[in-house]
Design a binder for this molecule. Structure first.
Ligand code: PMP
Length: 394
């Protein structure tokens, strides 16, 4: 296949990553993709997926998506503001409002876009943005797009946040992940909400990894920390993780939703999510709120507890968290890669996450647990890690 000549700067950038063991690669996975996957004909138990409740292959949801595609087609055909905002989107928005107790919901095709939208529309040259150092890239990119003065505080450190906010003359936007995607720990949302309110700042929480999994009724970190829409004026959630589908939302007040509809470019200039996706997310929400959802959360919690108990034996730190993300902090990138490769030889998938995705010298194995893992799957991972760590650390 003919290709254009590669410029030297592209080769240099790739070689630099390769030299530091940091080259990212994409591998095709044979579906279904969740806890048990196949790559090039080999079967693996996977601890990489964000399908925390095991809904991505739920037979009822697959049927809902197929039926909805037959009924409404495979695409929405336009942006929300043109003719892409369909009845099923409204139904999903209403159900999410009811679940979370926010006046309005705006739907997005990805969580990346939802964060980009909310932060880029709220921040401005006059309204600074202050956020946690370990926030997701999409919140950071939203701040960059907004052209707002932008500072990041020390991870989960209220004093550091307060100091940075005081540096600005006018109030701005404070933002945090609810559950941090690479560390799995939980933000002090209630305290940050108080700080924002006292200083008249807007507050955004991205609970991509908490919603569906933790808090009463699966309502995430807000529910877990007793916060409401009054404390947290903007809540972002995604549907590609515990919901098992795709897409995202921003929950906020009526006025703020109207504002975002006018000024959030990633909401305005893009095709609305396909109706079959909206219908499937709605059905997934029904499961999350049902006794089946409760049972799935309980199975996930059991798997987390089992893993954490075994992790006490290992010579590496694990984070203190009740989330499905349970990273093992290896430190050295080459060692993290080696452990990941050895797991793979034992038919276990667990990605090594390295800088620049995480700070220097904090390479880790990002173990994600799911309600779909059996206790035997979790034991198999732990037994294998026992052997690898014994060998590597003797
Ligand atoms: N926020 C957080 C905290 C995330 O971890 C991610 C994705 N990993 C996103 C937002 C983006 O969500 P999506 O995959 O739906 O774009």
């Amino acid at each position: 296949m003919p290709a254009c000549k590669t410029p030297d700067w592209v080769r240099d950038a790739l070689n630099e990553r390769r030299a530091h063991n940091l080259l990212r690669r994409v591998r095709p996975i044979t579906p279904p993709q969740s806890t048990h996957v196949s790559i090039a004909g080999e079967n693996f138990v996977s601890f990489c997926s964000n399908d925390y409740l095991g809904l991505a292959n739920h037979p009822d949801l697959k049927q809902v998506m197929a039926d909805a595609a037959i009924k409404w087609g495979v695409g929405s055909g336009a942006s929300h503001l043109v003719t892409g905002h369909l009845d099923i989107h409204v139904e999903l928005e209403t159900a999410l409002s009811d679940w979370l107790g926010f006046e309005r919901i705006l739907l997005f095709s990805t969580g990346y876009m939802a964060n980009l939208a909310v932060v880029s529309a709220l921040g401005s040259k006059q309204r600074p943005v202050v956020m946690d150092k370990l926030n997701h890239a999409s919140l950071i990119d939203g701040a960059r797009l907004s052209e707002a003065p932008f500072r990041r505080y020390l991870h989960n450190d209220i004093d550091s946040a307060a100091k940075l906010m005081q540096r600005f003359d006018s109030p701005g936007v404070l933002a945090t992940d609810g559950v941090f995607s690479m560390d799995g720990d939980v933000a002090p949302v209630a305290e940050l909400a108080q700080l924002a309110r006292q200083n008249n700042w807007l507050f955004v929480v991205d609970d991509a990894h908490g919603l569906g999994c933790i808090g009463e009724d699966g309502r995430g970190v807000l529910a877990e920390q007793g916060c409401t829409a009054e404390d947290v004026p903007f809540l972002v959630g995604t549907f590609g993780k515990a919901f098992g589908v795709a897409g995202a939302f921003v929950a906020c007040s009526e006025d703020m939703a109207n504002y975002l509809t006018q000024f959030a470019r990633p909401y305005i200039y893009t095709t609305a999510m396909p109706p079959a996706v909206a219908a499937t997310v709605l059905a997934s929400l029904e499961i999350i709120r049902s006794s089946e959802g409760y049972a799935r959360r309980a199975r996930l919690a059991d798997n987390i507890a089992m893993f954490r108990e075994r992790a006490k034996r290992w010579p590496f730190d694990v984070m203190f968290s009740n989330s499905a993300i349970q990273p093992i902090l290896i430190g050295d990138s080459a060692l993290a890669m080696r452990v990941s490769k050895q797991l793979e030889s034992a038919r276990i998938l667990c990605t090594a996450i390295r800088p620049p995705t995480v700070p220097p010298n904090t390479a880790r194995l990002r173990v994600t647990l799911s309600a779909e893992h059996s206790p035997a799957d979790v034991m198999h991972l732990c037994d294998t890690l026992d052997l690898i760590f014994n060998d590597e650390c003797k």
